[in-house]
Design a binder for this molecule. Structure first.
Ligand SMILES: Cc1cc2nc3c(=O)[nH]c(=O)nc-3n(C[C@H](O)[C@H](O)[C@H](O)COP(=O)(O)OP(=O)(O)OC[C@H]3O[C@@H](n4cnc5c(N)ncnc54)[C@H](O)[C@@H]3O)c2cc1C
Length: 80
């Protein structure tokens, strides 16, 4: 899908699990933030990063359906 990868082959994500491809998220062992120097490879990290990505996806879809709805946060943009 043309996602940006880090040197260890994991998919580069931002703090919200967003990949370099708009609308595509990654979590768990396959994904890593650059600020975390090593793959964490822990069940709790996989669960929490998946939950965070799920929350962002939910928010992103909500903004599509209800673009005028006041929101405490807008989906962050992945830096290129
Ligand atoms: C031997 C071992 C012991 C471990 N012990 C611990 C422990 O004690 N505590 C702990 O916290 N963590 C432990 N871990 C790490 C933990 O298992 C992982 O961090 C966690 O399972 C990651 O979850 P995940 O959902 O990201 O990936 P996974 O659990 O690897 O799930 C990915 C799933 O995607 C499937 N898949 C892959 N490619 C495709 C494809 N192309 N199409 C469809 N499906 C695909 C795979 O079959 C797999 O079911 C251990 C890992 C190993 C290998």
């Amino acid at each position: 899908m043309g996602r940006a990868l880090l040197d260890d082959g994991t998919v580069r994500v931002n703090d919200f699990g967003q990949t370099s491809v708009p609308g595509v998220y990654a979590a768990g062992d396959m994904a890593r933030r650059e600020s975390i120097p090593i793959p964490l490879a822990q069940i709790t990290f996989a669960v929490s990063s998946g939950q965070l990505a799920a929350g962002m996806i939910d928010q992103e879809l909500l903004m599509v359906d209800l673009p005028d709805l006041p929101s405490p946060f807008r989906p962050a943009q992945q830096e290129s």
